[in-house]
Ligand binder design. Sequence first.
Ligand code: ATP
Ligand code: MG
Length: 455
Amino acid sequence: MAKENILIVDDDKNMLEVLSLRLEAEGYTVTATAGVQDALKRVENRLFDLALVDLKLAGPENGIDLMEKMHQAAPEMPVIILTAYGTINTAVEAMKRGAYSYLTKPFNRRELLLQIKNGLERSSLSREVRRLKALVGERYGFENIIGKSRKMQGVMEQVARAAETDSNVCIHGESGTGKELIAKSLHLLSSRKNGPFVAVNCAAIPEGLQEGELFGYEKGAFTGAHRNKRGFFSQAHGGTLFLDEVSEMSESMQVKLLRVLQEKQFYPLGGEKPTDVDVRILTATNKNPEDEVKSGKFREDLFYRIYVIPIHLPPLRERKEDIPLLVDHFLNKFSKKMKKGIKELSTPALQRLLAHSWPGNVRELENTIEYAVAMAVQEVIGEDLILQTRAPEEERLRPLKEAKNQFERSYLSDILSLSGGNVSKAAKLAGKYRADFYALMKKHDLNLSAFKKAK
Ligand SMILES: Nc1ncnc2c1ncn2[C@@H]1O[C@H](COP(=O)(O)OP(=O)(O)OP(=O)(O)O)[C@@H](O)[C@H]1O
Ligand SMILES: [Mg+2]
């Protein structure tokens, strides 16, 4: 296992030396510094697994202030504060402001090593948890891809076969058909599953920033490059890089991408030495890749590199038999999420879904069900909640008089239902004379027989 990197900050040179020797003897890689600015710079430039920071430092800032600044660059690095005199107050303040723990000098060796060991465990744990969460925030195996239609079964078979190889895969399909979901599943089914899965939306990064984002940069490469930055390629090393909307990549980026694919190495912006990289490239596009090549928008040589295994995702209107299954899946998901006991759709509601052409594909269906579940007051969702254009703002904001009127009518109607059509009772509940109540009923054209309970 790689040695863990520990940073020690203390203005007492003797202390620095003693601590460094002790920790190096335990097999840690130690960086020791007395300067606040120097410590900050180091944290910005590399990843430390833990820091020991003395509370009292030369200069206006104390160790807790320094810790806060370090946490801006490395929010998850555990910091242990060293204090000369264990006043409870400073210790409590340190913890409140984000310290992992504190040690009171003089500390004994066992205590020191134990705290460090625990801190490091948390550090690697939180990194692992973050990685796993990012990947399986939802579970993306095949179990999360819904689709019994022949077309989707075909897609899953292709995915399974592609996952056994290390070839580049291009997924194309209309917007919302599940391209990203398929890409994640492919990664999880492949031998790279324990490596990172990094998704990049090429259309979302402005052209001028693409190179820096993909390949990283070194400090000083351009104004604003205050520290080294790892690009998406480095982050995906050993795993899978998913380039979404790849056809939006600029011409010059296409050339650079091609070079990485050919040479398996790249230069970070401002870097002298090439970085080796081992990634599998998955791409997605909602355009027809062949058309993009023909029209000259996409380089042919790059196309052949990334289009080794094409997977086409059919639009939802070509696999309507999947709609009921998808509906169940999303009903379950949102019902659980919103803590509602929604069981199913009424038959007319489902018919309405089947008749729709779904230009936004599965994402549109997902949003439709989310809306219906949010609005539903009964266990079964009726067609009134499905694909109705929602009331425009000005319709819902009516004049006060109209709103009052509508309230009055529904109030009277509720009270009549409660009293089973008994006007004397209803009038009493409403605190009105019987005659006045009658007048109100007349005003709203309420018919008494509608409320009488069937005998
Ligand atoms: N077969 C499926 N089973 C379950 N959920 C699906 C399926 N296909 C798509 N989804 C869901 O639909 C939504 C849209 O899917 P995704 O983001 O993968 O589509 P996309 O093709 O990448 O869309 P875009 O082109 O807009 O980026 C997601 O929430 C995804 O989980
Ligand atoms: Mg997508």
